[in-house]
Design a protein around this ligand. Structure first.
Ligand code: MTE
Length: 326
């Protein structure tokens, strides 16, 4: 009999996951992974992404211990909302892409580390996972469209990836790209007016900031395709479009690239994209936001740097717009 265990993200966020609960969650995840009959029989009942997560080769790795340092000021978003209301334009320019995203094949998944590094190399996601330390973090996420969520991501600090890459002294930026090319897996790629592949970038200083996090899991399971499997970024002090999904390359360079949304509308989606309630989008206010799982009419104030000022303000001017080092 499957006993319902109250999981970490259902607890008040100030409580760290107790060890016995943590172990039970791990056992349940293993049972799901090992049980093809259960998985097959239960598939129609599972939410999009859960069926694939149960068959994901990394399912045994989760849940991982939570790092209690990163606190929330709000309830964790219900899992159903976070995995069914998504932005992933490669699957379509609307929010209900979670089902079609299940077509994305996430193995084999090679990641290229190239450009201004000591030695360029490729590494498979499973080999990369053996070289890093996984932890769970509760982070806020603020989309530029003024919706927000709070989720338990699993993953590892981006600094660990930068250290593996060994960038050369002159490198200033790390440019990331999403997989692209297979239009039958990703029908949104047929929208030829978008500048595919989806491209994002951070300065090396931002990428090695302790908050910059490479995500491989969510809600104690492998991250599902609609949320960016098998590897995505979470930079919670910036608008959500910086948090690029399904990454296949990290290129170190001394040239600032044009990012996907910047190439489309520079004034609306600039390179820095730090959350700032005083700088409105040309077509809507950024002063407030609504929380996924709640009503769009119930607004809460937006915070500078999405509430992460203590971690990141030293990198930018007092308006939170421009870096200090330019
Ligand atoms: N990454 C890719 N490759 N394609 C996208 O369309 N959308 C971005 C970001 N990463 C996007 C992407 C935007 S606008 C947001 S708000 C977040 O993903 C949404 O993440 P979520 O669907 O996990 O909430």
């Amino acid at each position: 009999m499957l006993v319902k265990v109250k999981r970490g993200w259902e607890l008040p966020e100030h409580m760290a996951t107790p060890e016995d609960v943590f172990m039970n969650r791990r056992q349940i995840a293993k049972t799901l992974a090992a049980g093809p009959i259960l998985a097959a029989g239960a598939a129609p009942l599972l939410m999009a992404g859960q069926a694939q997560a149960a068959g994901d080769p990394t399912v045994d790795l989760y849940p991982v211990a939570r790092n209690p340092k990163y606190k929330l000021d709000r309830e964790i978003t219900p899992e159903q909302n976070a995995i069914s209301y998504n932005n992933f334009y490669e699957f379509g320019s609307h929010k209900q892409i979670s089902r079609s995203a299940q077509r994305l094949s996430i193995r084999p998944w090679m990641i290229s580390i190239d450009g201004m590094v000591e030695k360029e190399f490729e590494i498979g996601i499973d080999d990369l996972l053996k070289k890093v330390d996984l932890e769970e973090r509760l982070y806020r996420h603020r989309c530029v469209e003024a919706w927000a969520m709070a989720v338990p991501w699993s993953g590892f600090p981006m600094k660990q990836l930068v250290d593996l890459a060994q960038p050369k002294a002159g490198a200033k930026y790390v440019v990331m790209k999403t997989i692209s090319g297979n239009k039958s897996e990703m029908p949104g790629l047929r929208q030829f007016w978008y500048p595919w592949p989806y491209t994002e970038a951070l300065t090396i200083e931002e990428a090695t900031n302790e908050l910059a996090f490479m995500v491989t899991g969510i809600y104690g399971k492998p991250v599902p395709p609609q949320n960016g499997a098998p590897l995505r970024l979470a930079v919670p002090w910036k608008y959500g479009f910086k948090s690029i999904k399904s990454i296949i390359s990290f290129t170190f360079t001394d040239q600032r690239p044009k990012t996907f949304w910047e190439a489309l509308a520079e004034k609306e989606y600039g390179f820095w994209a730090n959350v700032n309630p005083e700088v409105n989008h040309p077509r809507w206010s950024q002063a407030t936001e609504w929380l996924l799982g709640g009503s769009q009419r119930d607004r809460v104030p937006t915070q500078l740097f999405n509430g992460y000022t203590e971690f990141v303000s030293h990198m930018y001017d007092e308006l939170g717009r421009e870096p200090l080092w330019r």
